[in-house]
Write a protein that binds this ligand. Sequence first.
Ligand code: TEU
Length: 555
Amino acid sequence: MKQTNWYKDAVIYQIYPRSFKDSNGDGFGDIPGIISKLDYLKDLGVNCVWVSPVYDSPQEDNGYDISNYKDIYYKFGTMKDFDLLLEEMHKRGIRLIMDLVVNHTSSKHPWFIDAYNNKDSKYRDYYIIRKGKKGGKKPPNNWTGFFGEKAWERIGDTEDYYLHLFAKGQPDLNWENPKLREEVKDILKFYLDKGVDGFRCDVITLISKKQDFKSRFPKIALTGKDAYINGPRLHEFLHELNVDVLSNYDVMTVGETVLSTLKQSIDLVSPSRKELTMIFNFDNTDTDNYFGVKYIKKKFRLKNLKKVYRKWQHGLYKVGWNSLFIENHDQRRSVGRFGTSSKEEYRELSAKMLATSYFLMSGTPFIYQGQEIGMTNGDFKSIDEFEDVEIKNMYELSKKNAFLRPILRKSMFEVSRDNARTPMQWDNSEFAGFSSVKPWLKVNANKEYINVKDSLEREDSLFHYYQKLIKFRIGNSIIKDGEYIDLLPRHKRILAYKMKTDAGEVVVISNFSTKEIKCKLLTKFNDKNMVLSNYDKHNLVSLKPYETRVYECKF
Ligand code: TEU
């Protein structure tokens, strides 16, 4: 099938369905709710949507634990609703990307239930099951997983254990088994034949594990990671999926990669290798922590973000394609992060500045629901108000482990994934227009003034700024194909870069501070080439607090 590379002109909006819009008054978002808001998304200007998992699931990890890949979780609706969603999106020229979670299933998946209960089950080899040590008293090795737990769980009172790199209810699949790989291809085809436009591939770099299953030292966070991240057959497995299935459709994939180096990422996205279209790396969201561990917070410094931008823009230039994002359902909100301010006086102004800064580089920009109106972290006051399995596990860990306790307790609330999962704020009514009843997760009190209704009414809102940014980005080949040039690599408060091709250049200059700052660079540009800014009036030689400007020159 001819590949049109449409994704290079896509702006993708991520929907976390349980928090987006409840249509039937059960306090839980659903697919008809999404359909009712498609005109809103069209108005925003995005041309593609990534929907977090809506498959059947016991919801231990909010749908990232799938019990039936070919059915929809009843609270989200039915397969009929899903088909209608796809149709209604395509009618509006919006593409649909599904979340593909195939590193693990739910422990309630019929494959796993059979494998767990029956030693001779044909599904036993769909999972990673190994004999424990000391007659089953101890797990097969010392690996730990992503939610602060041991990575093995004993199968009843047998000697055997199954591997789970996430919650206990998320057993890892065994990709070494060719039959399992055929099942995955079958799932892909099922949705691609419906007309789905691609997949966001959950923790895809974990699917191949080193087969020695030996303990690893030193024992620090993610013990065993060198055995289960970027494993020996990762590229081979992805190539197989691509050649056998994906390349027969004009679709895109974006792989969620955890702790991948630039070199590994280049291999994943080089078109000639036929693996993935693009990846999410987390270097940007790791700029405010140590060792890639979000609980160990570090002061944000612009120079570190600039380093990340240079690394990925230069690293993938003419080699592969980038993704651009500042939020998702696993990250706390970007307001008050990456140098922006959550003080109401600066909230929208600084959010416009950050939006401009990450949006106009080469790559596909992603917007996470609520980001376009500047939603903030949830106002959680006690552990009981949270719902996420990750923070609950971490809280338990902090009770047991005296060394980790102060570190975890200090940052846990602020970095919790639930901060991004609070109900979408549509208006200022009691449940923010998300639902007619009390939602599954606490509504943020600031829905009084941070909400879609208000944003649509105010001409200078962040929402309207995003509209302009999206319009400018889609189809702009200077940005798409341009070479990234950092114009002020050493400046501590100003980010200035140029995207350059033979046809012209686009220049972005942003002040990441609350101070007015002199900037000589500004004198080089003519105001009549300014295409976008978050201020109406501009000073020739200085940038106001959080000011951002975009200039475009065509040669
Ligand atoms: O996330 C993978 C992942 O790396 C996260 O667990 C990350 O470490 C954590 O969220 C940081 O706080 C994906 C999904 O995006 C996430 O929602 C799932 O829980 C996870 O995979 C398991 O499927």
